[in-house]
Every structure is written in structure tokens, then in C-alpha cells.
Design a protein around this ligand. Sequence first.
Ligand code: PXP
Length: 259
Amino acid sequence: MTRGQHGSIRLGVNIDHVATIRNARGGRHPDPLRAAHLAVEAGADGITAHLREDRRHISDTDIARLKSELTRPLNLEMAATPEMLRIALRHVPNACCLVPERREERTTEGGLDVVGQKKSLAPVVSDLKAAGIRVSLFIEPDIRAIEASAELGADIVELHTGRYCDYAADDDAKGAAAEIERLAKGATVADKLGLEVHAGHGLTFNTVAPLARMPEVVELNIGHFLIGEAIFGGLNAAVRRMRFLMDEARAKVSTRVSA
Ligand code: PXP
């Protein structure tokens, strides 16, 4: 197990939604690679990006730039399709996290059906592994899915924390506690089977601690909340700088006029 940059649990920052904002206008700003560098500077151990079939956020060029310029491992999230497999084999990221993907979904809903899709996943897992890419399967904390992941030869399982976070957001303490129990049990079983345990989806400042406390969990992947929160951490400085630049430019004009 590789230790994190700053402690024993690694943080993977998902920068998809920097690209979502960029794509709202086209053009190049804000640049996901710049965000990735900032995240690493701030303590991220790795960067995660999901190249979706519809390219709604991260683009092929983003993946190429991230792979060639990042100083930390790149975790490429992708559907197990022939197109994505070709892209992964071209760029050889540190890890590939296979996720279910439906065009109409807003985000990754639920984990991979590893039991039902074992046959179609097997060649994708083995091709990625043969290329030296670590393979992670994004699954619900379900014992059968965890066992099937081990049988498939995955290196990692990423446990889906979405349901836990939904309960927490609804202030359903009982539901959240039950999900934490399911995640903890899943983490123990996966670890015993020799799988590296990651977790993620929907995590926030309020929900991260119980996952970070689980001894078997070595990495958390967090995106949407961090990018949203960055607005509140960064808007003040951005508005101040704009205010300064406007006032400075106007002050020069007034001096010229009155001189
Ligand atoms: N892990 C996986 C496998 C994901 O698909 C996502 C969402 O792209 C995340 C983690 C991060 O989820 P969030 O953006 O809600 O933090």
C-alpha cells in the first residue's frame, strides 16, 4: 500500500467539474490541469478524472495533458467499453476505475454490476492489467460484488458512498449509520480478499470522517463538493482582484484627464 503525501490515507481529487464550468462557455478557462496542479500543491495524492462517453466534462485532450504533465498518479474513471479501453491503453494512467455509465444519468448512479457483467468485464480487466494499469472497480459495498471483483483479478475496489451521503444530507442518522456499517463490513471483506480499498462519491466535510476512520480504506476520491466549495473559498479573492484591476485602470484615466 502506498502511503499518502501527508498521512496514511490518500486523497484523490476529482477535477471533472472544473471542466463542466469550462464547457459551459467553451474556451479554455477554467483549466482542469491548472486545478489539478493546485490540488496537488494543497495535499492531493492523486488526480481523478472521468472521461464520459458523451464528453460532457473531461475531454480527450484533458486526459492527454493530465497524463503528460501531472506529477502525481492519474486515476482514469471510465466505462468498460472498447473505445475507453483503447484510450486507456494509449495513455496508460496509473489506475483505471471502471464505472457504470448511462447517458441519461446526471452522475454515476450505483456501482458496477460485477456479478452480472463478470464475463464482459474480464477481458477489460486483464487488458488493463497487462498494460501495467492498476484496475479498480466502483461497486456498492455488497459482499457478492466484492467477491466477484476479487475473482476478476481487480487490484482495487472503490466502495460507492453515495447512498450514505444521501442519508446524511437528508439528516437520516439511522440510515447513514446503517450504510456506514455496510461500508465498514465491505471494507473488511475486501481487505481480507487482498483488494485495496478506496471509497468515494458525494463526500463532504460533514461526511468524510467515518470513512477516513476505517483502517482498511486507503484512498478517498472526492470531487463535486470540493469544486463547489472552492467557489466560496476563492470568490472573495477573485472579486477583490477584479475590483482592484478596474479601479487601477480607472484611476489612470482620471489622472490623465485631470492633468
Ligand atoms: N469515485 C467515483 C468512481 C466517481 O464516479 C465519482 C464521481 O465522478 C467520485 C468518486 C467522486 O464523486 P463526487 O464528485 O460526488 O465527490
